[in-house]
Design a protein around this ligand. Structure first.
Ligand SMILES: CC(C)NC(=O)[C@H]1CCC[C@H]1Nc1nc(Nc2ccc(C(=O)N(C)C3CCN(C)CC3)cc2)ncc1C(F)(F)F
Length: 282
């Protein structure tokens, strides 16, 4: 509805910032580290989106929704969107700066994460997803490329380009990797927040093994088939507890997938949770 249109935060413009180093390329434009000219000075990430690119890719509506959703979220493991503004050619998103950068680059650098590091990230992801689902937002695009790391190495969900208010029926043809799609989306069925449970299982697997479970680099169709069949194999190096959690998330039937609150209580997660993070233990 027009009332829900997102309005730019009045007071900001490019002149409000000292532009720092480029942080890399986003989907529709570059991202810069910037500092506000106000005192106190804030360090932010300024993500530029070229309007022409958004139109060419038919993602204006999706982008508006992404801004609307991310602006209303406040959670330690969700990247904050402080505001936005635009000029004739570009939209500028004023985003939280993630001090340790892109998680997928660390993953590809080291190949795979230890079980301890993986469990701590999944603990944080489950916490963020419980918060998101509590607001009836489905993320729908959980994967390493969409995750950033804060200055203390904490995980931050950095992109909401595919998120919707539940339940969703995807109209857009999917682009990018299929590896994280659950069977119900592969089969074009209606889906709900349980698609994020499935993706959390795929993410856990990829953190520890270094590749997603149903990947077939040679054939998209075979990846579809392996997803629809839940053709899941584990290398012997994976602990029984990790296999147990992943198997309980990668269930064909969305209703069978382990609820996120049970993920937080799973032995594999509790075992690696930093001491003092267990309120229940007092
Ligand atoms: C989730 C989304 C899909 N991803 C993105 O948007 C990407 C697209 C480009 C950058 C990133 N976006 C962001 N990145 C940061 N922090 C950051 C990034 C990179 C480095 C880094 O390692 N270098 C500069 C290195 C330093 C060393 N040299 C050698 C290579 C680059 C250090 C800190 N904070 C907020 C954002 C955000 F999201 F707000 F824009």
């Amino acid at each position: 509805s027009s009332m829900s249109r997102t309005y730019p935060t009045q007071e900001w413009s490019l002149h409000s910032f000292d532009i720092g180093r480029p942080l890399g390329k986003g989907k529709f434009g570059r991202v810069y580290m910037v500092r506000t000219k106000t005192t106190p000075k804030y360090i932010l990430a300024l993500k530029t989106l070229y309007k022409s690119e958004l139109v060419a890719n038919k993602v204006e509506k999706q982008t508006r929704r992404e801004i609307e959703i991310q602006q209303n979220l406040r959670h330690p493991h969700i990247l904050r969107l402080y505001g936005f503004f635009h000029d004739e050619k570009r939209i500028f998103l004023m985003l939280e700066f993630a001090g340790k950068g892109e998680l997928y680059k660390q993953l590809s650098k080291v190949g795979s994460f230890s079980e301890k590091r993986s469990a701590r990230y999944i603990d944080q992801m489950a916490d963020a997803l419980i918060y998101l689902h509590g607001k009836h937002v489905i993320h729908r695009d959980i994967k390493p490329e969409n995750l950033l790391l804060g200055i203390n190495g904490e995980l931050k969900i950095g992109d909401f380009g595919w998120s919707v208010h539940a339940p969703g029926l995807r109209r857009m043809t999917l682009c990018g990797t299929l590896d994280y799609l659950p069977p119900e989306m592969v089969e074009g069925k209606e889906h709900n927040e349980k698609v994020d449970y499935w993706a959390l299982g795929v993410l856990t697997y990829e953190f520890m093994i270094g590749a997603p479970p149903f990947e077939d680099r040679g054939s998209v169709n075979n990846t579809y088939r392996r997803i629809a069949r839940v053709d899941l194999k584990f290398p012997s190096t994976i602990s029984a507890e990790a296999k147990d959690l992943i198997s309980k998330l990668l269930q064909y039937d969305p209703r069978q997938r382990l609820p996120l609150t049970d993920v937080l209580r799973h032995p594999w997660i509790v075992k690696y949770r930093p001491k003092g993070n267990n309120a229940r233990e007092g």
